[in-house]
Design a protein around this ligand. Structure first.
Ligand SMILES: NC(=O)c1ccc[n+]([C@@H]2O[C@H](COP(=O)([O-])OP(=O)(O)OC[C@H]3O[C@@H](n4cnc5c(N)ncnc54)[C@H](O)[C@@H]3O)[C@@H](O)[C@H]2O)c1
Length: 254
């Protein structure tokens, strides 16, 4: 049994649906006590209930990461329940919610603001609320989810790709500020991944074409990302900070 995260407490935003569910499960199976937090609180509670049925210690929470009070409450609830917080996975984002893709000059400025509020400000609010607890942990970890679209420069999704570029800048600058507190800050950049939401908006042919353009010629699935999350959360990654790990089967190379 994997005990790499025994004694640790992790919270995953956007942990109620899509790839975030796999992060919550992976962290729990590595021994962590976990909170799934999502704007869809019922979905988050469903994830936690399934893990409790497997014997894990799991909590489901409602949060809007773009709202400071809501984020502060999330962190308070985690610490009240588990007594500590060691790992913050900033996974929640507006992604397929921003569809349909369109040329930049047709984007609604209100949609631009909302993308920034959830995908960028949300990370700041979560890091700010978690910081005292991550510092007290002695092995604090912040893992931010970006996207390989930052490196491929995917067209017709300018607000989304811009927010994911900001995630990398945020990761680097924050890593410099909190290294002295024993906290690492890293980013994970998935490629196009067949999450439920991505599979519902992109045609099957896109996944196949992408597979053929990778060094490893198959469709990327959420399970491909879990090992990197657990590794970055673990003591094995204690000297890695400010980095972006691209997990996309070699679609882009850095
Ligand atoms: N699927 C892909 O191809 C892909 C590729 C690269 C990066 N990513 C990134 O991976 C992450 C997960 O993607 P996914 O495919 O599972 O998408 P998804 O839309 O299925 O999951 C996003 C989750 O965030 C939640 N959420 C949205 N707004 C929120 C808010 N304001 N507060 C709290 N929770 C909120 C949603 O309810 C959902 O559970 C996102 O950061 C996405 O940008 C996905």
């Amino acid at each position: 049994m994997d005990e790499r995260l025994a004694g640790r407490v992790a919270v995953v935003t956007g942990g109620g649906k899509g790839i975030g569910v796999h992060y919550v499960q992976g962290l729990a199976r590595a021994g962590a006590r976990v909170a799934a937090a999502d704007i869809d609180g019922a979905a988050a509670e469903g994830v936690a209930a399934r893990l409790r049925a497997e014997g894990a210690d799991a909590l489901g929470l409602t949060v809007d990461v773009s709202d400071a009070q809501s984020v502060d409450r999330m962190v308070r609830q985690v610490v009240e329940r588990f007594g500590r917080l060691d790992v913050l996975v900033n996974n929640a984002a507006l992604f397929t919610a921003l569809f349909p893709q369109r040329p930049f000059y047709e984007l609604d400025p209100a949609a631009w603001d909302r993308a920034l509020a959830v995908n960028v400000k949300g990370l700041f609010l979560c890091a700010r609320a978690a910081y005292p607890h991550l510092r007290a942990s002695g092995h604090g970890r912040i893992i931010n989810i970006t996207s390989d679209t930052v490196f491929s420069g995917m067209p017709n999704f300018l607000h989304y790709v811009t927010t994911k570029g900001a995630v990398i800048a945020f990761t680097r600058a924050l890593a410099r500020e909190v290294g002295q507190d024993g906290i690492t800050v890293n980013a994970l950049a998935p490629g196009l991944t067949a999450s439920d939401s991505a599979a519902s908006v992109y045609p099957a042919e896109l996944f196949e074409t992408r597979a053929q353009n990778r060094a490893i010629k198959r469709v990327e699935v959420p399970e491909d990302l879990v090992g990197t999350i657990v590794f970055l959360a673990s003591d094995e990654a204690a000297f890695i900070t400010g980095q972006t790990l691209v997990v996309n089967g070699g679609y882009t190379m850095h």
